[in-house]
Write a protein that binds this ligand. Structure first.
Ligand code: ATP
Ligand code: ZN
Ligand code: MG
Length: 530
């Protein structure tokens, strides 16, 4: 990234011959101020040329890592200090003209953005020309955010499409020299009628399917979540857009979010035309319904931890109140997965236990470490299945307002560990597609405490962490490895079955639909009721 621009400074009086020595000295000072703080002076800024015209000093400036707005302000402040003390000349005004940002790679920027005048897109380079900026503009956070956006776009253009960095951290030993089963549990659950497709990416879970999903989830809560001291809360599942602006999801994942609209009015009479139409035609055309709705002001639960940051937002936290350790399992999450939807594993409506915590960095790291070791025990000893862990970080990382490229793996830096379980039905372990991400474990640094303004009363840094346990995925992955026969299940799951009798399956004249489905169900009944 390179910046260029013309800084036009209005002085309190015109310059004359007597000022020339002081002026040259002042320009030297400006040059020094532009490289201040940069180990490599090349990264800072420099004065390309300058001239004085009556009361104006006009400097052509360029810079690399020093943002052009900051360079302009440095020019201003430096001139004010040096000319003020040597010649009692003040600075009246400043303008940044013909400023441009040159970016490596081809990026797309809208000319509707504030301060953007025009864009020249080349093959290897994009140039963004900015409108003339006054002193007030130079101090606006909106300009800062524009320049940060451009630098993010440049970083992203550099790694084209790759959004995550995946690195294997640990894996279980091989537990099944021959797999217990090669069957796809999604198929069995559907054929045997335990679940029925409600709509695209949505299922109805009959009592027996619910029982199985709860079994894995309850044991997880009992074995991992409660012993580590997390307590249950109930979070809302429909969020105002503003929440997504603060978490960054509206920028990063808007393509997979589900939105909600309120009706334009509560007065049912105003719907009469529509309700009459639906009465007579027995149709509900979405485009007609849409006319009666407000724009989407909400999105449905996406990451499930958002309300936690909102709750502590604007509050002052003292040492006695941290760490905070909560979990929520009170409702579904929604994601539009488009073409990727499959079985119970990738759905639009799913259920998750979301574990959240807040504290000082060392507390947050320690809690993550405790959870990590308990997750491993849960996978190894309780479910007794094959697993692996990967360190996944985005290629860039936003901290204290700056965008940085993540180079190396450091478990104590903000980032995510994904838990993946092997799905034998999908192929051998070597095949990346044969592994399913079932949960994640993240520490965020100040990613959320900053935008939500969660503050410590003595100014200490606060971090957050979260972990999502996707109920559908843990169940299907468990069944994919251990099958439906409890003889092949580990003791804690058999024990759960013995203590909690499962509910009857659904069997009607026409359901399950197929003969194989009915046979599958018979087999299941033999397994579960003995
Ligand atoms: P993937 O890469 O498989 O899409 P993700 O990275 O989007 O997963 P996260 O955002 O980390 O998933 O969500 C946390 C957990 O929520 C996942 O580990 C998974 O258990 C669950 N989950 C996410 N998306 C879905 C979905 N579409 N269907 C079912 N469970 C899901
Ligand atoms: Zn989360
Ligand atoms: Mg996803």
């Amino acid at each position: 990234m390179r910046f260029k621009g013309v800084v036009r400074i209005e002085l309190s009086r015109s310059l004359n011959q007597d000022d020339s020595k002081a002026l040259e000295e002042a320009i030297r000072e400006v040059s020094l101020s532009l490289v201040k703080g940069f180990r490599d002076p090349e990264d800072g800024g420099r004065v390309l040329s300058w001239r004085s015209e009556d009361r104006f000093l006009v400097l052509e400036v360029e810079s690399r890592r020093l943002r052009i707005d900051e360079a302009a302000m440095r020019v201003r402040n430096s001139l004010e200090a040096s000319l003020g003390s040597s010649r009692r000349i003040g600075v009246r005004d400043i303008e940044l003209e013909s400023a441009l940002v040159e970016i490596d790679g081809e990026i797309r920027v809208s000319t509707k953005l504030p301060f953007v005048k025009s864009i020249e897109a080349g093959d290897k380079q994009t140039t963004i020309h900015l409108k003339t900026l006054g002193e007030k503009d130079l101090k606006k956070p909106i300009l800062l955010r524009l320049l940060r956006l451009l630098s993010e776009k440049e970083l992203k253009a550099g790694w084209r499409g790759k959004t995550e960095h995946w690195q294997l951290v640990k894996e279980s030993k091989i537990k099944f020299t021959t797999p217990i089963t090669m069957e796809d549990p999604n198929k069995i659950l559907e054929e045997a009628g335990l679940v029925k497709r409600f709509s695209i990416g949505q299922w109805l879970y009959t009592p027996l399917a619910t029982y199985l999903m709860n079994m894995v989830r309850e044991i997880f809560i009992r074995e991992v979540v409660i012993p580590l001291g997390f307590t249950e809360a109930v979070f809302p599942k429909m969020y105002p857009l503003e929440i997504g602006l603060k978490t960054g999801h509206l920028r990063g994942t808007i393509n997979s979010m589900v939105f909600a609209s309120l009706p334009k009015t509560y007065n049912i009479e105003e719907f009469e035309e529509l309700t009459d139409y639906m009465y007579v035609t027995n149709e509900a055309p979405p485009e007609e319904v849409g006319n009666y709705l407000r724009y989407p002001e909400y999105f449905l639960c996406y990451a499930q931890c958002e309300p936690f940051y909102w709750f502590f937002g604007g509050e002052l936290i003292d040492d006695a109140s941290i760490p905070v350790k909560w979990f929520d399992r009170s409702g579904p999450s929604f994601r539009w997965e488009s073409g990727g939807i499959y079985g119970l594993e990738r759905v639009i409506e799913f259920h998750r236990v979301e574990i959240v915590w807040l504290g000082r960095p060392e507390q947050v790291i320690q809690i993550r470490n405790e959870l990590l070791s308990e997750y491993e025990k849960f996978m190894d000893r309780v479910l007794d299945i094959e697993w692996r862990e990967a360190w996944v970080t985005p290629w860039y990382y936003e901290q204290s307002g700056a965008v940085e490229r993540v180079e190396e793996f450091n478990i104590d830096r903000p980032g995510t560990i994904d838990f993946e379980l092997w799905l034998p039905y999908r192929g051998p372990r070597e095949d990346r597609k044969a592994w399913l991400e079932v949960g994640n474990l993240s520490i965020h640094g100040t990613k959320f405490t900053e935008p939500f303004r969660i503050k410590h009363n003595r100014g200490e840094t606060l971090w957050t962490g979260c972990s999502g346990f996707g109920s559908q995925r843990w169940l299907t992955a468990f069944l994919a490895q251990r099958g439906f026969n409890p003889d092949n299940w580990p003791p804690k799951l058999r024990d759960y079955l013995n203590r909690n009798p499962p509910p009857e399956p659904v069997a009607t004249v026409t359901y399950p639909k197929t003969r194989t489905g009915r046979e599958e169900l018979e087999k299941l009944v033999k397994f579960l009721w003995r």
